[in-house]
Design a protein around this ligand. Structure first.
Ligand code: PEP
Length: 252
């Protein structure tokens, strides 16, 4: 049986002053204490919070995540942060290839693939985001786009052990319009099938998260789908008590 993962993507939100209160609230949830080992909870936060957050989550099962990193170890890359540096801070998961990075920062498939490889080389988990834009969906390109994004990464991978995939239709991110559970399941199934073709039965253990306007009212139905193993949550993760209720909802 696959585990579930709920990963919060704070994007460029929150402040150091909010951190303690947020984590205190989340700590009250039995699932992040010693509770249900079926659920992994990741907080992917801005870099400046990581050092303090590492202290605050000590003794809980919350995992520390980042939202991006450079694929090189070090060098003349002003403004960038390497995956090794994040590892030193206790980060175990890194979101890579988020559509906001692809669209606003020009991250194309090959760059995303290099980042995933470096992440895995450091024995950290890559949360690879894939998904189509509204135009691509409307013109029937959903599967070809997702396939292209997967192929770029799969071609350089030996196995799936350190990979988590998040299907995030771009049209659903931050819009309040989630994919229906049927729409999401269809693409999740496609992703698992593609992973199976390349990596065999290991694909049965691959975690595939859904992201895009996931909230307390739709999380349970989405995660009840056979190939949806949790969520990558932006807006709704900014409120600790709401996020905590979502953790409960996926296990209920
Ligand atoms: C995201 O950006 O990864 C995301 C899923 O955002 P939201 O939940 O706000 O749609």
């Amino acid at each position: 049986m696959r585990k579930l993962m709920m990963a919060a993507n704070w994007k460029m939100n929150m402040s150091l002053a909010d951190l303690e209160g947020y984590i205190d609230t989340l700590k009250k949830n039995r699932n992040v204490q010693s509770g249900d080992r079926l659920l992994e909870t990741v907080l992917a936060m801005p870099y400046p919070f990581l050092f303090r957050a590492r202290e605050l989550i000590r003794g809980t099962r919350i995992r520390l995540g980042a939202q991006n990193a450079h694929w090189q170890e070090r060098g003349a890359f002003t403004g960038e942060v390497s995956i090794g540096m994040l590892k030193e801070l206790g980060v175990t998961e890194v979101i890579l290839g988020h559509s906001e990075r692809r669209q606003q920062f020009g991250e194309y498939d090959e760059v995303v693939a290099k980042k995933v490889q470096t992440c895995i080389h450091h024995d950290m988990r890559a949360l690879l985001c894939v998904g189509e834009t509204l135009e691509e969906r409307k013109s029937g390109q959903t599967f070809s786009v997702v396939q292209r994004q997967l192929d770029a990464v799969f071609s350089g991978l030996a196995d799936l052990t350190k990979l988590v995939i998040a299907y995030e239709p771009v049209w659903a991110i931050g819009t309040g319009v989630s994919a229906s559970s049927a729409q999401a399941q269809e693409v999740h199934r496609f992703i698992r099938d593609k992973a199976k073709q390349k990596f065999g039965d290991a694909a049965d253990s691959l975690l595939i998260l859904y992201g895009g306007s996931m909230n307390l009212s739709n999380v349970r139905e989405l995660v009840a789908q056979p190939d949806i193993d949790g969520g990558l949550i932006g807006g709704a993760s900014l409120d600790a008590s709401l996020f905590s209720q979502m953790l409960d909802a996926v296990l209920s």
